[in-house]
Design a protein around this ligand. Structure first.
Ligand code: GLN
Length: 488
C-alpha cells in the first residue's frame, strides 16, 4: 500500500478506496500499527478496537467490491469516549464508567455505521468532558504531538491528537464550551461545533444538555464538511434536534469570499491574550481581507459575562445529569453497609476532583434561596448575550476571533488553578451559550506552537463558516504542516 498516513485525509482515503489503490483492511492495519507505535507516548486512545475495526474494514471492502461506496465506506475514524458505542466500553474517562459497555449506539454511530465507516477506537478526554486540557481524565494525560510536554487542549484532546498525529483519518468530539474547537486549535487541525440541534445528542453522555453538541475534528475543511454531512439531521429520539433540512455541506467548499462582511469583535482580543497569538491573528485577518472579505471591528459588550454565565449554567445542568450515577443503575458501585453509605462512597470515589467541583457549584446555584440570584440571573444574561449576537448577525455574515487566547500550555501548568483553566475557553463559551455554530481552523504558529482561528456564524450557517474556512485554508499552508513527532 502506498498511502502516506501523514497526509491522508478522509477525501483522499475515499479516493484510494474508490480507485482500489488501497483496501480498507490495508488502511485500517496501517492506522492500527501507527497507533500502537505512537500511543505509548501520546496516549490519545482509551480503547483501541483492533479486531472490531478489521472486521468492519473487511465488510467495507466487500461492499466496495460490489460497487457500493459512500464517502465514508472503509474510512478509519476515532470516536470520543463520551459517545455511546454498542458493545464497546464507553468510559467518559471516568472511574464511574470504567467498565460500562453501552447496550446501544448513539445516533451518530448508527449513521457512521450505516455509511460503512470503520471505528479504530475511543479517545481520551477530560472526565465527563469537564476541562480544557485532557488532564482531568481519570486514566492518563494525553500529550500534544507538537510538543509532548504540553497539553493538547480539551476536553476532546484525544480526538484532536488522534487526527493531528495521523492515528486516524478523522474523529468526532463533543463541545459544551469549546471542547472541539480549543483542542483543534491547540493541535492545528479543523474542529467544528454545529448549531445547537443540528446533530442528535441521543447517546452522547450528557454534561450540560442545553449546550452539548457533537461535531467533527479533521485534517482539513473538506473532511469537516464530509463528516458533518454524515452526522447532521433531525432525530425523533432527541427532542432538541431540529427538523431543518441538511444541505450537502461539500457544496459550500468554494474558495470565494469576495464581498463577505466579517465582524471582528474587540472583546475577544482580550487582556491576557498572548502577544504572539495576537500577531498570528493580525496576519490571518489581513489574509481574509486580501481574499476580498470586508472586515470591521464590532462590539459585543456582554461578552465578559459569558464565562460567569457558563460556569453557572453548565455546572447546574451537570449536577442534574450526573445524579444518575448512584451505584445502582449502572457503572461503578461501592459496596456499602447501607444504601446511603453505598451511594455516598460510589460518588465520593467514582468521580474525580473537577467533576465533584462542578456538581457542588451546580447544586449550590440551583438550591432554594440561591436559584433566583444565580441560575435565573445567568439565564437572563444568556438571553442578552444571544440577542447581542442576533443583532450583530443582521449586519455581518460571520465573526472572526482567535480560538484561544494562548498557545498550548505546559502539562501541569494550570491544574492547581481552576479559574486559569476556565479562562482557556473565554473565546469559545459564548458560542455555546447562544447555540451558534463555530469552527476552528489552523491559522499559524506562535513560538512553534499551533494557533487556531475561530469563525462564528448565525444558527444553521455552517455552510458560510465552511466556505470562509475553506477559502482561508486554500490560501494558506498551515494545514499542510504536520508535527515532526521527533523521538516518539
Ligand atoms: N472547558 C470547558 C469546561 O470545562 C468546556 C468543556 C466542553 O466543551 N465540554 O466546561
Amino acid at each position: 500500500m502506498t498511502a502516506d498516513l501523514d497526509r491522508l485525509t478522509i477525501h483522499e482515503a475515499h479516493r484510494l478506496l474508490r480507485e482500489k489503490t488501497a483496501s480498507s483492511v490495508e488502511l485500517t492495519q496501517a492506522y492500527l500499527e501507527r497507533i500502537h507505535t505512537l500511543e505509548p507516548k501520546l496516549k490519545a486512545f482509551v480503547t483501541v478496537t483492533d479486531e472490531a475495526a478489521l472486521q468492519q474494514a473487511r465488510r467495507a471492502d466487500e461492499s466496495i467490491a460490489q460497487g457500493k461506496i459512500t464517502p465514508l465506506t472503509g474510512v478509519p475514524l476515532a470516536i470520543k469516549d463520551v459517545i455511546c458505542t454498542k458493545g464497546v466500553r464507553t468510559t467518559c474517562s471516568s472511574r464511574m464508567l470504567e467498565n460500562f459497555v453501552p447496550p446501544y449506539d448513539a445516533t451518530v454511530m448508527e449513521k457512521l455505521n450505516a455509511l460503512g465507516a470503520v471505528m479504530l477506537g475511543k479517545t481520551n478526554m477530560d472526565e465527563f468532558a469537564m476541562g480544557s486540557s485532557t488532564e482531568n481524565s481519570a486514566f492518563f494525560v494525553t500529550r500534544n504531538p507538537w510538543d509532548v510536554a504540553r497539553v493538547p487542549g480539551g476536553s476532546s484532546g484525544g480526538s484532536a491528537v488522534a487526527v493531528a498525529a495521523a492515528e486516524c483519518a478523522g474523529s468526532l468530539g463533543s463541545d459544551t464550551g469549546g471542547s472541539i474547537r480549543q483542542p483543534a486549535g491547540f493541535c492545528s487541525v479543523v474542529g467544528l461545533k454545529p448549531t445547537y440541534g443540528r446533530v442528535s445528542r441521543y447517546g452522547l453522555v450528557a454534561f450540560a444538555s442545553s449546550l452539548d453538541q457533537i461535531g467533527p475534528i479533521t485534517h482539513d475543511v473538506t473532511d469537516c464538511a464530509i463528516l458533518l454531512n454524515a452526522i447532521s439531521g433531525y432525530d425523533p429520539r432527541d427532542s432538541t434536534s431540529v427538523p431543518e433540512p441538511v444541505p450537502d455541506y461539500t457544496r459550500a467548499l468554494k474558495p470565494d469570499i469576495k464581498g463577505m462582511k466579517l465582524g471582528v469583535p474587540k472583546e475577544y482580543y482580550v487582556e491576557g491574550m498572548q502577544p504572539a497569538v495576537a500577531e498570528v491573528m493580525k496576519t490571518a485577518l489581513k489574509r481574509l481581507e486580501e481574499l476580498g472579505a470586508i472586515l470591521e471591528e464590532v462590539s459585543l459588550p456582554h461578552t465578559p459575562y459569558a464565562l460567569a454565565v457558563y460556569y453557572i449554567i453548565a455546572p447546574s445542568e451537570a449536577s442534574a445529569n450526573l445524579a444518575r450515577y448512584d451505584g445502582v443503575k449502572y457503572g461503578y458501585s461501592y459496596p456499602g453497609e447501607s444504601m446511603w453509605e453505598s451511594m455516598e462512597k460510589t460518588r465520593g470515589t467514582g468521580f474525580g476532583a473537577e467533576v465533584k467541583r462542578r456538581i457542588m457549584l451546580g447544586t449550590y446555584a440551583l438550591s432554594a434561596g440561591y436559584y433566583d440570584a444565580w441560575y435565573l440571573k445567568a439565564q437572563k444574561v444568556r438571553t442578552i448575550i444571544r440577542r447581542e449576537f442576533d443583532e450583530v448577525f443582521s449586519r455581518y455574515d460571520a465573526l472572526v476571533t482567535p480560538t484561544s487566547p494562548t498557545v498550548p500550555f505546559r502539562i501541569g501548568e494550570k491544574t492547581a488553578d481552576p479559574l486559569a483553566m476556565y479562562l482557556s475557553d473565554v473565546c469559545t463559551l459564548p458560542v455555546n451559550i447562544a447555540g451558534l455554530p463555530g469552527i476552528s481552523v489552523p491559522a499559524g504558529f506562535a513560538e512553534g506552537l499551533p494557533v487556531g482561528m475561530q469563525i462564528i456564524g448565525k444558527p444553521f450557517s455552517e455552510e458560510t463558516l465552511l466556505r470562509i474556512a475553506f477559502a482561508y485554508e486554500q490560501a494558506t499552508d498551515w494545514h499542510r504542516n504536520k508535527p515532526a513527532l521527533k523521538g516518539i
